[in-house]
Design a protein around this ligand. Structure first.
Ligand SMILES: Nc1ncnc2c1ncn2[C@@H]1O[C@H](COP(=O)(O)OP(=O)(O)OP(=O)(O)O)[C@@H](O)[C@H]1O
Ligand SMILES: [Mg+2]
Length: 250
């Protein structure tokens, strides 16, 4: 299954992506984790060392071009995850991590080329039955218009129980529907109690498919630079529940 994690800045996309990736890996699945944020943090959340050494996916453009010239359309070949060159990823156990772009300097550069490569990858990569892709996306909505994620099975929209994140979520829902993404799922993070869930339901007209409570352990782990997934059995069990629901609605 291909899952993208979206939402307003700071709502917990990377944290939730890390929990999902880790739970999938613990279930014995092969996971391709893609950090599509121009300021990537997924490596740290997952406890990968020396992630700055990973060559960004955008550099694969030349490779794709070269292969297309040599052996016809690379895209038509429906590459497998195992065909992706190792230099574009780091691997730990059954998690492979790729990063989309080089870290961009304030306001510099356009990420269109990066997104074109990612779109091609998501569209064409053929997953074997024991493989999943989890994509930690850039914050906000602007990049969604590029259609990069049109081929994912689930677009998770992470929210927190405050108005700003819900407004962004409503925009993502609209864009996701335009892209004809089958499953747009609201996932609530930093929830403190039932009132928060009532507020979310009142605003969006639906209850979140996944609920992650505010966790002191996660805060502490983040502050001390530890991988968050080891920190909180509670959030791990939220991720397990969420994945079970996603698998049912594939
Ligand atoms: N359930 C939670 N309980 C406590 N702290 C959390 C929780 N979820 C996320 N955090 C903390 O909130 C901060 C933001 O989370 P995270 O980096 O996952 O958000 P993000 O949406 O990926 O942000 P960005 O838009 O910058 O990429 C982090 O310090 C993280 O440790
Ligand atoms: Mg993030």
């Amino acid at each position: 299954m291909k899952v993208a994690v979206s939402g307003k800045g700071g709502v917990g996309k990377t944290t939730i992506a890390a929990f999902l990736i880790k739970v999938l890996a613990d279930r014995g699945r092969q996971v391709l984790a893609i950090d599509a944020d121009p300021s990537p943090h997924l490596a740290m959340a997952l406890g990968f060392q020396q992630a700055e050494r990973i060559r960004p996916i955008v550099e694969m453009r030349d490779l794709i071009q070269e292969r297309s010239e040599r052996c016809g359309s690379f895209y038509r070949l429906n590459p497998k995850v195992s065909d992706l060159p190792g230099r574009f990823m780091v691997q730990k156990g059954n998690i492979k991590l790729m990063v989309l772009g080089a870290i961009q300097q304030g306001g510099a550069g356009c990420a269109c080329a990066d997104n074109a490569v990612l779109r091609a990858l998501l569209n064409t990569l053929l997953l074997s039955p024991n493989e999943d892709i989890v994509l930690d996306m850039e914050a906000g909505v602007e990049h969604l218009g590029r259609g990069t994620i049109a081929s994912v099975d689930h677009l998770l929209i992470v929210i927190q129980p405050y108005r700003g994140s819900l407004e962004t979520a409503a925009k993502i829902q609209t864009l996701g529907r335009d892209l004809k993404i089958d499953h747009l799922e609201i996932v609530a993070n930093q929830v403190q109690g039932p009132k928060d869930l009532d507020y979310i339901e009142g605003y969006l007209g639906e209850r979140p498919i996944g609920v992650f409570f505010a966790s002191d352990e996660v805060r502490e782990a983040e502050r001390s630079g530890m991988p968050v997934y080891d920190s909180s059995p509670g959030l791990r069990s939220s991720a397990q529940d969420l994945l079970s629901l996603l698998e049912q609605t594939k």
